[in-house]
Unconditional design. Structure first.
Length: 116
């Protein structure tokens, strides 16, 4: 996804690019084990074997990481199972829920449209 930060009156969330894969099948990350998050994601080690660890990792990754790294770390099945518990920006929720019908809806359709 690209952004154009030179548009007058544009807010930061409108200009910030977010990584969203073409398919959830592209998400082939592990389901367990510890992984170091990149510095762009506040560089901590998280345990993907726990719901709390995944929620922390996924919330940071969805907001801050490039597409290749996202696909290597996020697991499709875990993301779908835990989508509703992952803390995410309204823009991230809108982009992902618009693209992937498999994800539970956390935004109304009207609210989602506001952030696309």
């Amino acid at each position: 996804m690209t952004s154009n930060s030179d548009v007058p009156g544009q807010r930061y969330w409108q200009a910030k690019p977010y990584a969203v894969p073409d398919s959830l099948e592209d998400l082939h990350g592990p389901t367990a084990g510890t992984i170091p998050l990149p510095r762009s994601c506040r560089g901590t080690v998280v345990d993907l074997g726990t719901a709390a660890g995944r929620a922390m990792a996924y919330s940071r990754l969805l907001d801050e990481i490039d597409l290749v790294s996202l696909c290597d770390v996020v697991n499709k099945d875990r993301l779908v199972e835990e989508w509703e518990t992952v803390t995410k920006s309204l823009r991230v929720a809108a982009l992902w829920e618009e693209r992937f019908l498999e994800l539970p809806r956390t935004l109304s359709e009207d609210r989602r449209r506001q952030f696309l």
